[in-house]
Design a protein around this ligand. Structure first.
Ligand code: DC
Length: 251
């Protein structure tokens, strides 16, 4: 593939006098790419494919909140118990490991990749993630995961976690399209779901995720908006690579 073969991104530097200094190259494998947007817009798919094509790690931060929700659920900690949830968050041992099935999520050494995707844990992950102390407790963990570069996706990556990301993409799609994608995904995994219920659930999660007081879902001022309603997966990746190239001054 031409993109990524020995090419380097460029980051413009400005001197203390405000003059443009010579551009400093950022090696592609150290790029930090932030992808934010609502559930079902295609963030995980895009982050995975960009990570693979650029040869850099990709991190799904929703999986971290889901793992926390799973652990709290198993321990009988309420979704409203901010103190105990944040304590749990500070001690959370999360690892992302790639195998032939794709990226797997480990919680305290246990593979929880499927357990964190059930409808119950999906619902619980939203109220769990709204607590300021929980988010604060997970901030450094998230930054460390892409210290050397990577594609990170979530809700507040461009605004809070990586405000200095080299590229920020805000991915959206209509509720109908997102509900349909979730429906197909859950059906494939053997879950029985109703499309209308999914639409309502997505609307409710959108509302909660974007109206909470801490780190609400919102687009960073310097992010590029990408609507995926009418894009195939390949078109979405192509468009994202174009944005990355343009932002980093490549090609
Ligand atoms: O992306 P997802 O559906 O796996 O996310 C699960 C929940 O976690 C979702 O309700 C929003 C929350 N979340 C968050 O608050 N901040 C993030 N960076 C990622 C996810």
């Amino acid at each position: 593939m031409a993109f990524g073969d020995g090419m380097e991104g460029r980051r413009g530097l400005v001197s203390s006098q405000g003059e443009e200094m010579e551009n400093q190259p950022t090696p592609l494998n150290r790029l930090k790419i932030a992808i934010d947007g609502p559930a079902g817009a295609g963030k995980s798919t895009l982050a995975r494919l960009l990570g693979e094509r650029l040869g850099i790690p990709y991190i799904d931060t929703g999986a971290i909140y889901r793992a926390l929700a799973l652990k709290a659920h198993r321990m009988g900690i309420s979704e409203d118990d901010e103190e105990n949830l944040s304590k749990l968050a500070r001690e959370l041992k999360i690892e992302f490991k790639r195998d032939e099935r794709g990226m797997r999520v480990y919680l305290d050494g246990e593979d929880v990749s499927e357990a964190i995707r059930t409808p119950e844990i999906t619902r619980l992950s939203s109220p769990v993630s709204k607590h300021p102390k929980v988010r604060e407790a997970l901030l450094e963990l998230q930054r460390k995961l892409v210290k050397e570069g990577g594609v990170m996706e979530g809700r507040d990556i461009g605004t809070v976690i990586l405000p200095d990301a080299d590229v920020k993409i805000f991915l959206t799609a209509s509720v109908k399209v997102r509900a349909w994608r979730r429906y197909l995904e859950l059906k494939e995994k053997g879950h029985e779901v109703d499309l209308e219920d999914l639409e309502k659930e997505i609307e409710e999660r959108d509302r909660r995720d974007s109206t909470r007081s801490v780190a609400p879902l919102r687009m960073a001022g310097d992010a590029v908006l990408l609507n995926t309603d009418n894009l195939s997966i390949e078109e979405m990746v192509k468009e994202a690579l174009r944005i990355i190239r343009e932002k980093c001054g490549i090609g």
